[in-house]
Design a protein around this ligand. Structure first.
Ligand SMILES: [Zn+2]
Length: 238
């Protein structure tokens, strides 16, 4: 067995998902495996679909209904599979970058007090969002990508990739809301972090959803406008 780091091509294999086969190649995220891995599906080239995803054991591994991480990852892979190519950057940033124990403490505080998870993190002395996407941006650039269609509802994620030099078009993720707790979490993400949240079964974005279904360019216009409006109404303290 060789100890040399394998090239991307040497990891190529087929992966079956929901009955459909796709080639995948794997490499460590820039900076090392402790930051995560990059999975390149099919012949992903410039302008391809990209999901930059932070680990969430509850949402992905345990199938929890309390957040949208599992559905977001699932939907992203559905779209990549449908297109036949794309990139998943899977980052080891559990609990918004402060770990599973902090997440558990945050959940406990939220369930005891009724506060949203961002407020709970603040009360516990944790940074509200400690995630970084710089390693992801560097990895995408190492793949030769200058432009990406980013599967996300998070404007901060797009902004950080843009600041690192990538041209980014946001591709919204329409996912089912699995529980009342998940709905509250999505609402907190919208209010506290400016997420766009174009889900069909939440009432807070009626001006976004019908247009999104018809024409994505107009949707982007509306969501940028909505984002600017929401930013103005965000509380001064984060
Ligand atoms: Zn989650």
């Amino acid at each position: 067995m060789t100890t040399a780091v394998p090239t991307l091509g040497e990891t190529a294999h087929r992966l079956t998902r929901k009955g459909q086969d796709l080639q995948v190649r794997v490499m460590e995220v820039a900076g090392g495996a402790e930051y995560g891995h990059v999975l390149v599906f099919g012949e992903a080239g410039d302008g391809c679909l990209v999901r930059v995803h932070s680990r969430c054991l509850y949402g992905e591994g345990l199938g929890s209904d309390d957040c949208d991480c599992g559905p977001e990852l699932d939907k992203s892979l559905d779209l990549i599979w449908a297109e036949g190519s794309g990139v998943l950057v899977y980052l080891e940033q559990e609990g918004r970058g402060v770990g599973l124990i902090a997440k558990a403490l945050g959940y406990r505080e939220s369930q005891r007090s009724g506060a949203d998870t961002f407020t709970s993190y603040e009360r516990l002395g944790f940074p509200v969002d400690n995630r970084s996407y710089l390693h992801a941006a560097k990895s995408l650039q190492e793949l030769g990508l200058a432009r990406v269609r980013l599967l996300t509802n998070n404007p901060d994620k797009a902004a950080e990739l843009r600041a690192a030099g990538l041209a980014v078009i946001m591709e919204p993720l329409l996912t089912p809301v699995l529980s009342a707790r998940a709905a509250a979490y999505l609402d907190a993400k919208r209010r506290r972090r400016g997420h766009l949240i174009p889900t069909s079964d939440v009432p807070w974005a009626p001006e976004v959803q019908p247009v999104f279904k018809r024409k994505s360019r107009i949707w982007r216009f509306w969501t940028m406008r909505g984002q600017a409006r929401r930013r103005r109404t965000l509380p001064a303290s984060k």
